[in-house]
Design a protein around this ligand. Structure first.
Ligand code: FE
Ligand code: FE
Ligand code: ZN
Length: 278
């Protein structure tokens, strides 16, 4: 069965999130491991995390994705903000060690006028300070829409960061369909071409997770406004081509569409129907 899930809006413990995922027909999910807009870390509850591990094994979950807080900017001009980004990531990764074999996804950040090269250097510096060779979590850089001074709107930018990073085997990429379309990659019209571009720039073996979102804006808009599947410029057919592409087989596909858990459940049901899995 395809690993399909959503970014859960429910919180109140990890086991509860696993149950919420099951309730919407998901066999993977994404969540924040701390308040997405604040810096405050959750206290680690090993028993709760252990129960989620068991639930995931029992129900054959694919890898899940923890999402870094939005306020994290490892290539800020402000040294204090960069230090905070490193501190948040280190704390989140410490928690993730209780869920071995899963992913931690983050937005590379905005260089705010420092330039792509300087920004990439700062992001790589953070990864080199925080990612440990022995850790059991793979850290994923997310492809971005290229809004403002965002890094990651071009696959080549991710490659620059990866090339400067140590712990290569602990790093990967998460591709967001809305972001790449907004970034100018024609995922709706030429999926094979986009995957070839990705392979050339980064390498398909580094692609570990997919965010499946439709987009409110046309190709190349550089906006980053997600739409419900089938209600944007990408469309259901193109999203299905992503989910069923042989090069992407076995990856977790996670919805970040603008709805709640119940709405995500309806999208998952629709996709499973179209995939012939329900
Ligand atoms: Fe994201
Ligand atoms: Fe995303
Ligand atoms: Zn987005």
């Amino acid at each position: 069965m395809t690993y399909l899930g959503a970014h859960l809006s429910s919180s109140g413990g990890f086991y509860k999130m696993g149950k919420a995922a099951l309730a919407i027909g998901a066999n993977t999910f994404q969540c924040f491991v701390r308040n997405p807009r604040g810096a405050k870390a959750k206290t680690i509850n090993p028993a709760d995390l252990g129960k989620l591990r068991e639930l995931m094994a029992e129900h054959q979950f694919g890898p899940i994705v923890a999402h870094a807080p939005y306020i994290m900017n490892p290539c800020s001009k402000d040294e204090g903000i960069r230090a905070l980004a490193a501190e948040m990531m280190a704390g989140d990764l410490a928690l993730m060690e209780y869920l071995p074999g899963n992913y931690y996804n983050f937005h590379p950040g905005s260089h705010v006028g420092q330039g792509v090269e300087a920004g990439c250097r700062q992001i790589a510096d953070m990864l080199n300070a925080v990612v440990k060779p022995e850790q059991q979590t793979m850290v994923l850089l997310e492809t971005m829409a290229g809004k403002g001074s965002e890094i990651g709107g071009r696959f080549e930018e991710l490659r620059i960061i990866l090339d400067m990073a140590q712990c290569q085997d602990r790093l990967g990429v998460c591709l967001d369909t809305c972001h790449v379309s907004d970034g100018g990659y024609d995922i709706a019209g030429d999926l094979d071409g986009v995957l070839e571009d990705f392979d050339r720039a980064v390498g398909l073996s580094r692609l570990k997770a997919i965010h499946i979102n439709d987009s409110m804006n046309p190709l190349g808009a550089r906006k980053d406004r997600h739409a419900l599947i089938g209600q944007g410029t990408i469309g259901t057919e193109a999203i299905l081509r992503v989910i069923t592409h042989p090069a992407l087989r076995g990856l977790p596909f996670v919805l970040e569409t603008p709805t709640d858990d119940k709405g995500h459940g309806e999208e998952i049901a629709m996709l499973r129907r179209l995939l012939g899995e329900a």
